[in-house]
Design a protein around this ligand. Structure first.
Ligand code: SF4
Ligand code: SF4
Length: 320
């Protein structure tokens, strides 16, 4: 006889939790069973990572200890490590300006890092807009907004990326940086600059009112760019223990790009690898956090495992 799931303990089947209250009760029970840390570790680590990035730039203005100087677009760390946003370099080149050698080296370092590790790790672990859009998503859930709202095609972000480069070529400027919500949010946090903050608020309201996960998953050209850079990156998520999946759908609910989960989790087409191969995956680890069946793991793109070697020994919730 199989162990009762938290949903069943509360008198509901997990895939058909009847209402928001029951859903919240199920999630609270799961979190209690697994512990706050196990249920949120990658979320906590990502927030620490995002805060650390900002803190590296803040120690100079606040305490006179300069660890990183500049901005997310172009910086110098410890007076020896240049880091440049490769998308800004691409705009400069499109605009007809040849960047300085140090900026090119910085761009190569950043591009190489995301190409090897995970392109969209930038979104989950660095970008200051990610907490804003995550907050919008959390607020939608708290308000019980079920509708996805207006959903632009996911490919729209590549069109926006093309427009960013075309605008640079047409104007001879890196015009996108004037309205880039990432640049604006970073300047607001590090330099206290409030100019353009309405754009950041607009992103929040767009995700809250107009489109579920609208900005990051459909429109942002920066996320699209880093996704392309990391198309063959090594760090991956694997649904290696997918035979233990109980169809609670929690991973789909929290994933910023839920379409990437289905092939890995459902194994379709038959025998498909459990590795989340799509470049849209942000390697945020949130699916690992919320899965009470321990289906997901961080792994590398060449991991040959097709299923967990011993899914049957996954601790039951009763055992936990
Ligand atoms: S999609 Fe854009 S705004 Fe969203 S986290 Fe990624 S880079 Fe930041
Ligand atoms: S599959 Fe997991 S790691 Fe990838 S974006 Fe979705 S929740 Fe994040």
């Amino acid at each position: 006889m199989t162990a009762a799931t938290p949903a069943e303990k509360l008198g509901a089947k997990p895939a058909h939790v009847p209402n928001r209250k029951a859903r919240a009760d199920v999630n609270a029970l799961k979190t209690r069973e697994r512990g706050i840390w196990a249920a949120n570790r990658y979320l906590i680590l990502r927030r620490l990572s995002q805060a650390l990035v900002v803190a590296l730039f803040l120690t100079g203005p606040l305490f006179g200890v300069w660890i990183a100087r500049g901005t997310l677009a172009s910086s110098m760390t410890l007076d020896m490590l240049p880091l440049t946003d490769p998308l800004m370099l691409a705009q400069m080149l499109a605009a007809g300006h040849w960047p300085e050698g140090l900026a090119l080296i910085g761009g190569a370092i950043v591009a190489l890092f995301y190409a090897l590790v995970s392109g969209r790790a930038y979104c989950a672990w660095v970008c200051p807009i990610n907490p804003v859009t995550d907050l919008a998503h959390w607020t939608r859930q708290k308000l019980g907004i079920q509708s996805k709202g207006w959903q632009p095609r996911k490919e729209t972000r590549y069109f926006v990326l093309g427009m960013v480069l075309a605008t640079a070529a047409a104007t001879g400027t890196i015009a996108w940086e004037l309205v880039n919500p990432i640049t604006i949010a970073f300047r607001a946090v590090v330099f206290g600059a409030t100019a353009g903050l309405t754009i950041v608020i607009g992103v929040f309201l767009f995700d809250l009112v107009v489109a579920r996960r609208g900005w990051c998953s459909h429109l942002c050209p920066v996320g699209a760019f880093y996704g392309l850079v990391g198309s063959k990156a090594l760090l991956k998520i694997s649904a290696v223990n997918r035979t233990a999946c109980d169809d609670c759908m929690d991973c789909f609910a929290v994933c910023p790009e839920p379409h990437v989960i289905t092939p890995a989790l459902r194994g379709a087409p038959a025998g498909a690898s459990p590795i989340v191969a799509a470049r849209d995956c942000t390697t945020c680890g949130r699916c690992i956090d919320v899965c009470s069946q321990d289906v997901f793991r961080f792994t590398h793109r060449f991991d040959p495992r097709t299923t967990d070697p011993a899914p049957a020994v996954t601790p039951t919730r009763e055992a936990v």
